[in-house]
Design a protein around this ligand. Structure first.
Ligand SMILES: [Zn+2]
Length: 480
């Protein structure tokens, strides 16, 4: 029997010897557990419709599986202990232990060499395969128990025809990582499968680590990104001051774990979103406010976080009063005074969208509150009208969930300005529409009205307004 198998193997070698020298496929390299398989140097490795096809000879010589070839039926039989795989050239129907399976791509014949789909075969025997299309590298990884079989057969008396790889647990239901990108300060990972990302922040040096358990890189990943023979690689990141590099690797094979590392210049906060069912996108977003220590992040430890927004700023003066006073300065004065008072409160943290005469886009104001997951958003303004007679205090809400806050704030605001009560109103303003927490926009009075303007720029009135805002916040939040 041994002699018969040896004869078959000899026939096989004759069949698969390349006929046209080494030039055409000289760039292809095959690595098994990080070691290059020299026997594969002269063999053509092809990527056919997304399937990496390798010479049958590689299977027998390097993986040590028993390979038989039946010329009349063009059938390849590959066996390793209890598993037997049969494939037929140009047929997508194959069998594994007498069960029929359909291949994505059939084995093919190239100038007398039979090429077989390496992923399919390796998976039947518990190996993992990756294909780096840029570098034309096939990477095979044997399970931990089978890792010492590189070059097996060399010590065998009959030329390796009966050497087998020890049994291994086939990798089941692995999530395949298909690609990554880093854009807009976000790392996006595309994958097929159910792996759930575990994300953590690590210091010394600062980095964000994303682990996908029960996952590995697909052939597709290797065609889009560089993977070295040990399944490590990195993504070029330029133009992002907070991020120096994005690295990735097959971190473990027990269990299979793909690890991504975002190297950051400082401790960065992030958010994680997973979308899709089995074709998933994982987005790790670094567009969050940076703090040195997450435990000191505003709003933590049961404290309420209030974002105060002084309307307008810098080139955007807001309304201009009848005596030439600018709304932006009134807004800032109120917000600074309110913040001073709120800092004395034990249960409230306060964040200002601006604390000096700077310009901010409306979306950035809303984003500050949303990124911080603030509990309240209060935007301070003063109004203007073409009618100089228009006078009084208003509070605006946009979403129904903000109406209760508007009612409370208006009550205190009217008391502190002493101006007429123009009531709580609906207003479709960006900052109270795009924020995700109860949000109001205060119009303390009309700068186009001489009386209102005079009142609003008095220091003692501004102090009262700040006190009124604090009272409203505390009542709404139920704080003593
Ligand atoms: Zn305004």
């Amino acid at each position: 029997m041994k002699k018969f198998a040896f004869t078959l193997l000899l026939m096989l070698f004759v069949l698969v010897l390349p006929e046209h020298g080494q030039a055409a496929a000289a760039n292809n390299k095959i690595f098994l557990d990080g070691k290059e398989l020299t026997a594969g140097q002269s063999a053509p490795v092809e990527n056919v419709g997304g399937s990496v096809m390798v010479p049958l000879r590689m299977i027998s010589e390097n993986l040590g599986y028993k390979v038989d070839w039946d010329q009349p039926s063009k059938t390849v039989t590959i066996a390793q202990q209890l598993t037997t795989v049969k494939l037929v050239v140009d047929q997508t129907a194959a069998s594994v232990d007498d069960k029929t399976v359909i291949l994505t791509n059939a084995p093919i014949n190239r100038n007398g060499t039979t090429l077989v789909p390496i992923r399919f075969i390796s998976e039947q025997f518990g190996l993992t395969v990756s294909w780096d299309n840029t570098q034309k590298i096939v990477t095979l990884i044997t399970p931990e128990t089978g890792g010492s079989n590189t070059g097996s057969g060399s010590g065998s008396a009959d030329g390796g025809s009966t050497v087998v790889v020890p049994p291994a647990e086939p990798a089941k239901d692995l999530t395949m990582v298909n690609g990554i990108s880093f854009n807009e300060n976000r790392l996006t990972i595309a994958m097929e499968g159910n792996a759930v990302p575990k994300v953590s922040k690590v210091s010394g040096p600062d980095r964000i680590v994303i682990d996908l358990e029960n996952a590995t890189f697909s052939d597709l990943f290797g065609s889009g990104q560089v993977l070295d023979p040990n399944l490590n690689g990195s993504l070029a990141v330029t133009g992002y001051p907070d991020v120096t590099a994005v690295r990735y690797s097959l971190y473990s094979t027990s269990p299979y774990t793909v690890r991504f590392v975002i190297d950051t210049t400082s401790s960065k906060n992030y958010s994680v979103e997973v979308s899709g069912d089995t074709s998933r996108l994982v987005v790790v977003d670094l567009n969050a406010v940076t703090t040195d220590n997450p435990s000191t992040q505003p709003g933590n430890n049961g404290r309420k976080l209030v974002v105060l927004d002084a309307g307008h700023g810098a080139k955007d003066s807001g309304a201009v009063g009848v005596t030439g006073k600018y709304e932006k300065n009134f807004n800032l004065a109120i917000v600074l005074k309110t913040a001073e008072l709120l800092k004395k409160e034990n249960n409230v943290d306060v964040v200002l969208t601006r604390s000096d005469d700077t310009f901010l886009e409306l979306k950035d104001r809303a984003a500050i509150a949303n990124n911080l997951n603030a509990d309240l958003f209060i935007s301070v303004h003063a109004n203007s009208s073409s009618s100089s007679a228009a006078s009084g205090t208003e509070t605006y809400y946009q979403r129904e969930s903000s109406k209760a806050l508007a009612n409370v704030m208006q009550k205190y605001l009217v008391q502190s300005t002493g101006l007429s009560n123009r009531g709580v109103r609906y207003g479709n303003f960006h900052v109270i529409r795009e924020t995700k927490m109860p949000a109001v926009l205060l119009e303390a009075g009309y700068l186009s009205n001489k009386g209102d303007e005079s009142v609003l720029f008095k220091d003692d009135v501004q102090n009262k307004i700040a006190e009124g805002i604090v009272s409203g916040i505390k009542e709404y939040l139920g704080l003593k």
